[in-house]
Design a protein around this ligand. Sequence first.
Ligand SMILES: [Zn+2]
Length: 307
Amino acid sequence: MTLPLVYHPIYSELDLPPAHRYPISKYRRLYQYLQDTLNIEQHPAIRLFQPEPISVDEIKALHDPDYIDALFSNALPAAKMRRIGFPWSEQLITRTCMSSGGTKLTVDLAHQYGLSIHLSGGYHHAHKDFGSGFCLVNDLALAAKHALTLPGVDTVMIIDCDVHHGDGTATILADEPNVITFSVHCEKNFPARKPDSTLDLALPINTTTEEYLNAFEGLLPLALAQYQPDLVIYDAGVDIHQDDELGYFNVCVEGIYQRDHLVLSRCREAGIPVAAVVGGGYRHDHQLLVNLHAQLIYSAMNILELG
Ligand SMILES: [Zn+2]
C-alpha cells in the first residue's frame, strides 16, 4: 500500500502584514510535523510528489477570463481585492497556481493509487468571476473538471466538510450535472449567502462532536449510494474544531479524526478513489493547527493499515 502526499514549499511563501489572520505558515509547519511524527521523507509506504502550477488556460476554461486577466496583472479594483482578503503580490498568484496544480495532481494520484492527500487546497469560496474569503481560484472545481477527463470517471462528488459553506464550488458547478457538490457546514457562518449545493447539510452553532458525527454519518452513505461517484474530492477543513477562530462548532480533535476516517473508510468500502485536501483552519498560533490537519493523514494511514 502506498499513500501519496502532494506538497510544495512555496505554499507558505507569502509575505503578509503581521496581524493578517490567514495562517499561511501552516502548510510548511504541517509538512515539518509529519516529517517529525511519521518521517514521511523516508517512510516506506509514503510517496511525496511536487506539483506543477496549473495552466492559465485551464483556469480560464472554468473561471471568467476577464477576472483571471485582471487578477493576474494586479488590475482588480480595490474592493474586489478586499473581498479576497489578501494584498496582491506575485507570490500570491504563484502559490495559488501551484496549489491548484497540487489538487489536480492529487486527483490523478487518487485515480492511480486509490487515495491521495494534498497538504494544501480547498479554496471553495472562489467564484467564476470573483474571489472571496482568501480564495482566488477554485482548485476543487478545477480538479473535479479534470477528474471527468480521466478513464472511467463519469461522476465526481466533492465532499466539503470545511465549516464554511462551499458557495463558490456550488455556483461554478451548478450547471455541471456530472459533479455532485455536498457541503457540510455551519448554518450561521461565512458566507452569508449560501447558494444550493447538490446536497447541503447545515448544522447549528455549537454542534458537538457527537451531533456532528451522527448527522454526517446519517447522510454520507445515502449520498454515496444515490450518486455512486467514480471519484471523491474531500475537503477535510479543520475549522470545525472547538477552538477555531472562524468556526462555531464544538468538535474535538478525536472528532476530526473520526470524521476523516468515516469519509475515507466508506469510500474505500465502496471502491471509490479519494483525493483529499486539508482545507480551512484558523488560529493565530499557526502551530496549533498542524495536529488537527495531521488527523487526515493519520486516518488515511490507519485505513491503509500503514500503522
Ligand atoms: Zn473554512
